[in-house]
Design a binder for this molecule. Structure first.
Ligand code: G3P
Length: 223
């Protein structure tokens, strides 16, 4: 299971990388807007900095989202973003123009991540157009009382039946149980804020147990 961190913050990415389990980074325009970047050139430099933090391993990648909505602009922006660094995956919204753009870019062997997926139909078209990833938004569906996990299960079933290569990144993760539930059904990847990844490891009994082990040890053993 791949672990991506969902942020555009360089310090957070550096911290997450130190855990040694990070497979990449996903960003979106809202996350970029939280950083102190005010023009396109600086945004592009920021993406390159994120890629450089991840190091040389080819398996790690960075999803960078386009903000155009018209087909030709989407294609142009997608090619531009993809040329910034070999680690870049072009994130494209699940719209009709998005599907056309994914098809165009995938024919040119440019990796894409079809985002804002809220239905199996969208995921099906994303896979048919050759998207490398799809990002169904678990939490945002839960937020409106629809079961996000049911959608992810349905996409996984459809992809298995037709042997689509498109990989599922469960996005919009709200808590550690979302990650566990995705792991139980064999989802390819999750993307999550750093604190939720950290919460997977924290357990009160581990903390209490460790304190006791160290106390007992120090009582008897010197050096
Ligand atoms: O990056 C896409 C997705 O993970 C956004 O999550 O928390 O804004 O719903 P959220």
């Amino acid at each position: 299971m791949k672990f991506f961190i969902d942020t555009a913050n360089l310090d957070e990415i550096k911290e997450a990388k130190k855990m040694g389990i990070l497979d990449g980074v996903t960003t979106n325009p809202s996350l970029i807007a939280k950083e102190s970047i005010y023009n396109k050139n600086d945004i592009y430099k920021h993406y390159i900095s994120i890629c450089n933090i991840l190091g040389k391993k080819n398996s790690k990648n960075v999803s960078a989202e386009i903000v155009s909505v018209d087909y030709l602009d989407m294609v142009q922006e997608g090619e531009e973003i993809s040329s910034l660094h070999p680690k870049i995956v072009v994130k494209i919204p699940a719209t009709e123009n998005g599907i056309k753009t994914i098809k165009y870019l995938s024919k040119k062997n440019i990796k894409t991540n079809c985002t804002l997926i809220f239905s199996s139909g969208q995921a099906l078209l994303a896979a048919k157009s050759g998207s490398y990833y799809v990002s169904p938004f678990l939490g945002r569906l839960d937020d409106i009382s629809q079961n996000g996990l049911d959608l992810i299960k349905e996409i996984k079933t459809i992809y298995s039946l037709y042997r689509f290569d498109t990989k599922i990144i469960a996005a919009s993760i709200r808590h550690p149980l979302h990650i566990i539930e995705c792991a139980k059904i064999g989802i390819d990847a999750i993307t999550s804020p750093r604190n939720i990844i950290s919460n997977l490891i924290n357990h009160p009994l581990t903390k209490i147990g460790l304190e006791k082990f160290l106390k007992d040890y120090k009582k008897k053993i010197r050096n």
